[in-house]
Design a protein around this ligand. Sequence first.
Ligand code: SF4
Ligand code: SF4
Length: 408
Amino acid sequence: MQTNLIDLYKNTADGQEAEAILRACVHCGFCTATCPTYQLLGNELDSPRGRIYLIKEMLEGAEITEKTVLHLDRCLTCRSCETTCPSGVQYGRLVDIGRAIAEEKTSRSPWQASQRWLLRTLLPRTAIFNFLLGLGRLFRPLLPGVLARNIPVARPAKPWPATRHARSMLVLEGCVQPALAPATNAAAARVLDRLGITLLSAEKAGCCGAVSYHLSAHADGLDYMRRNIDAWWPYIEQGTEAVVMTASGCGTMVKEYGHLLRHDPVYAIKAEKISGLTQDLSEILAAEKDALLRLLTTIPRGKAAFHSPCSLQHGQKITGVIEELLSKAGYELTPVADKHLCCGSAGTYSILQQDLSQQLLRNKLGALQSGKPAQIASANIGCQAHLQSGTDLPVRHWIELIEEALID
Ligand code: SF4
Ligand code: SF4
């Protein structure tokens, strides 16, 4: 695709990156076939190709209207289009750049602006989120059904094992996961402990930065990234092997720290190193598979459906790894149609685009429940909470299922 950027963007790092991405697009439209919003709305401007055009026009100086913002807002950033694209167009980066420009050049209604500010302010602050969640749980019986369903019941975590191995890895606690699903990282620590690896959590690390970054508050997002780098660096200097991600949404973000901070004179080298050390928990267990298999019982564990988050399959291109581990652990995985489609969680999308999000949730739960599983497993806290809001089946992190299959 030919481009002709206006001077305002031509010489900026974002402008040059966007231009290179735009030029890779040959406008073939293959990506439209796997775009969830195009499937639901049937509008070219709600497809990847349509949005790519909107961003190109914006960078070439066209007026940025409410309509431009609407179609960019409706994108899930699921990156299904990236998986489908034969030309390797990095749509996720392009839409982040395009949204930030649109955000700067337009103004939102007071309602939209305050909603977005609240999400950026509350979600990454674990203590405040914890407090609000506690209040929500307390008053759950008094809340309207739709709100009550979005407040997950508390499931306490099993104890975290003591530090006792020479091998160690760091884990990101993240922002909402410690409150919504504390059992996840505890289960990861217990499984890795059995494999001879101590899992450590750096006290000062927190939100990966994705909430702010994907809401176009790039400076805030980068500050969260720097904070995590500062918190992890002493452990890395002491030889910790990896930075483990139990939420694939965070993993996708941390793997991009190196790229996003590449021009930062203080953090560029550290960010690159950390991105290189970052692995999804499934990648760690796949590397330790032989030892893990020796620890698993051979008891059949019933039917389970696996929901692969977009951030895992499209963002990190990890497919089939968790499914194989669960099968080896004795779970009978039920078939799931249209696995490539988003569940509608997509970070803050389930709050900001409720109608589309609910349609996607219904479709996804239909696909997941079609094989009559006893439980649903996933790999990202956002998906877990969103799926749980629409079903009575337990929705859990897959590592909890693996832990249950370990020999005592
Ligand atoms: S993003 Fe890829 S698949 Fe979509 S129109 Fe461009 S080249 Fe084709
Ligand atoms: S990221 Fe997802 S919703 Fe957005 S254009 Fe690509 S496929 Fe469509």
